[in-house]
Design a protein around this ligand. Structure first.
Ligand code: AMP
Ligand code: TRP
Length: 335
């Protein structure tokens, strides 16, 4: 079985409220890898159901993430776009890897602790095992590179450990490659617009905390205007942003949208008040996001097209994953 040197896999959960952090931390980077890598981009609906999802919304949200991928510039003809539940190999490999990964490894996962909250006993078993399914997603394609936001780094480490333990346990050196995380750009961790110390997230109860891929230009401008900052003007250097989480976040967002470094943004805006910087950021955000959100709306109205992309993508995904699972079954001793 040949091992590709540059195969990318990544996924986004269809849990609604797709936001600027998902775009700048993940989806935009997916687009940039298409010329140099063979890419597989998944809508991870099986991960989504680790917390309750209304079935009708799950279907709509799955199509929305697929539309976002395509609207952002992912080409589903050249690369693979599909939703996870259509390819049974993910679940099959996940079970085997559940028997390879150790409870001690999962107990260290900070995202589980955050998501399960205080009443951990009531969290689903799936939420706990989530990182192992993620490892299976990546390894079932023997992917070499995984573009993600910073919050996924720990999960990637677990995928690497799981790959290595599988290879050792089943005496199959190099069967699963060690997947490399690609955590790229100035916005690997976009923060809440209401609290610069918290990650921008789909589940924050405040709609003002995030810019979503459904927001109108007016919504975007309003949310940036109301973003939490401080009374000081922008500093000249990066050190001047220390201890100013809200300001740092807006500078990072500007940099990512403009394709510049934070230092370059400060060189341009040093000494400016937020009354000047925020409108400039709002204009830039609208300029960069509205072509994508408009195209997303257009695509979502064409359900047959989206469903066709997902169906064809899944068939191509199965063609890669099924032989890998067949070999895993042999290695494990299943007859
Ligand atoms: P999720 O919404 O959890 O499925 O995340 C999908 C992708 O977006 C993953 O690669 C995350 O690391 C990335 N991501 C989510 N939230 C943020 C954020 N606030 N800043 C940067 N990247 C993020
Ligand atoms: N856990 C990732 C997130 O919440 C989504 C995901 C699932 C993923 N499987 C993956 C990302 C495989 C990269 C590779 O953001």
């Amino acid at each position: 079985m040949d091992q590709p040197q540059n195969r990318v896999f990544s996924g986004v959960q269809p849990t609604g409220n797709l936001h600027l952090g998902n775009y700048l931390g993940a989806i935009r980077n997916f687009v940039g890898l298409q010329d140099t890598h063979e890419c597989i981009y998944c809508v991870v609906d099986m991960h989504a159901i680790t917390v309750w999802q209304d079935p009708k919304e799950l279907a709509a949200n799955t199509r929305e993430v697929a539309a976002a991928y395509i609207a952002a510039g992912i080409d589903p003809e050249r690369h693979i776009v599909f939703n996870q539940s259509k390819v049974a190999a993910h679940a099959e490999l996940a079970w085997i890897l559940n028997c390879v990964a150790r409870i001690g490894w999962l107990n260290r996962m900070t995202q589980f602790k955050d998501k399960a909250g205080k009443d951990r006993e009531k969290a689903s078993v799936g939420l706990y095992a989530y990182p192992v399914l993620m490892a299976a997603d990546i390894l079932v394609y023997r992917a070499t590179h995984v573009p993600v936001g910073e919050d996924q780094k720990q999960h990637l480490e677990l995928a690497r450990d799981t790959a290595q333990k599988f290879n050792n346990d089943f005496e199959a050196p190099d069967f699963f490659p060690q997947p490399e995380p690609l955590i790229m750009g100035p916005a690997t961790r976009v923060m809440s617009l209401r609290d610069g110390t918290k990650k921008m997230s789909k589940s924050d109860p405040s709609d003002l905390s995030r810019i979503t891929m459904r927001d109108s230009s007016d919504d975007i401008a309003k949310k940036i205007r109301k973003a939490q900052t401080d009374p000081e003007p922008l500093p000249e250097t990066l050190e001047g942003l220390e201890g100013r989480a809200g300001a740092d976040n807006l500078v990072g967002i500007y940099a990512a949208l403009a394709g510049k470094s934070k230092a370059e943004v400060l060189a341009e805006f040093a000494g400016a008040q937020f009354s000047v910087f925020k409108p400039a950021l709002a204009d830039l955000a609208v300029e960069k996001l509205s072509p994508i959100t408009n195209e997303m709306k257009r695509l979502m109205d064409d359900r047959a097209y989206i469903d066709g992309v997902l169906e064809k993508g899944a068939a191509r995904a199965r063609a890669i994953a099924d032989p890998v699972v067949a070999r895993v079954r042999e290695l494990v001793g299943f007859i």
